[in-house]
Design a protein around this ligand. Structure first.
Ligand SMILES: NS(=O)(=O)c1ccc(NC(=S)OCCc2ccsc2)cc1
Ligand SMILES: [Zn+2]
Length: 261
């Protein structure tokens, strides 16, 4: 079903254009963010994140990442303000990470990568009826990107890393209710924002990217838990460790990156 893609030598980011020609489009993500080339924009109001009535449903391994899905049938968990004209509903979050001691973030800052990157995926339920419809519209999605750097243990990330063993294999899914991702936010909501795309196939150019400047700290041990996940299914006798599931930075193609004040 659909086109097989991955992060390996044969099916990785440099070959995605064959089945997904938009990979060579004009607003692809991620990008390298160069802070002193970003323009401060006073029209950018503060980001408003309201995750209090959090409605996480499950956690799963989709063969590309570990994904926590949310109930997005109403506006309980939304992000608004900043570059957004409407509130965007939280649909899922997932991570991208590297191998032992290697970088694994998707966006880079002046060429510097981070150990991992968390993506909180939201959709514009004011203008579009479903996530699927929004995911192909130029203002359909808003993804909040948060860098993870190695340091102290993250006390709340344990709630996720402690259950990863239940979703070790591709296609596994477990109940995961009542998790509030607010606990994964850094103290500052200062951000960079630009128009981009999904960083995995189908690579739709439908994302308003909001990348927080302040990383969160997680321990090497916690990152190691992400790396015990597998790209492969339980019955697959070839066990492929899930790591380096990140796309490298793509050409800016004249886009402007704006910075919050
Ligand atoms: N990495 S990303 O945040 O740009 C992003 C967001 C949504 C999607 N949407 C879909 S349907 O992806 C399915 C595969 C997937 C999900 C999480 S990571 C890869 C893909 C990538
Ligand atoms: Zn992502």
């Amino acid at each position: 079903t659909g086109h097989h893609w991955g992060y390996g030598k044969e099916d990785g980011p440099s070959s995605w254009y064959k089945n997904y020609p938009v990979a060579e489009g004009n607003r692809q993500s991620p990008i390298d963010i160069v802070p002193n080339e970003a323009s401060r924009d006073r029209n950018l109001g503060p980001l408003m994140i309201n995750y209090d009535h959090c409605t996480s449903i499950n956690i799963s391994n989709n063969g590309h990442s570990v994904v926590v899905e949310f109930n997005d049938s109403d506006d309980r968990s939304v992000i608004k303000g900043g570059p957004l004209d409407n509130p965007y509903r939280l649909k899922q979050f997932h991570f991208h990470w590297g191998g032992k001691g290697h970088e694994g973030s998707e966006h880079t800052v002046s060429g510097k990568g981070f150990a991992s990157e968390l993506h909180l995926v939201h959709w514009n339920a004011v203008k579009y009826k479903t996530y699927g419809e929004a995911s192909t519209a130029p203002d359909g999605l808003a993804v909040l990107g948060i860098f993870l750097e190695t340091g102290d243990d993250h006390r709340w990330l344990h709630m996720i890393t402690d259950v990863l063993y239940t979703v070790k294999y591709k296609g596994s899914i477990t109940d995961f209710k009542g998790f509030n991702p607010k606990c994964l936010l850094p103290s500052s909501l200062h951000f960079w924002t630009y128009l981009g795309s999904l960083t995995t196939p189908p690579l739709h150019e439908s994302v308003i990217w909001i990348v927080l400047k302040e990383p969160i700290e997680v321990s090497e041990k916690q990152l190691g838990m992400l790396r015990m996940l597998l790209f492969t299914e339980e019955e697959d006798n070839q066990k492929m460790r899930m790591e380096n599931n990140f796309r490298p930075p793509q050409p800016l193609k004249g886009r402007r990156v704006r910075s919050s004040n």
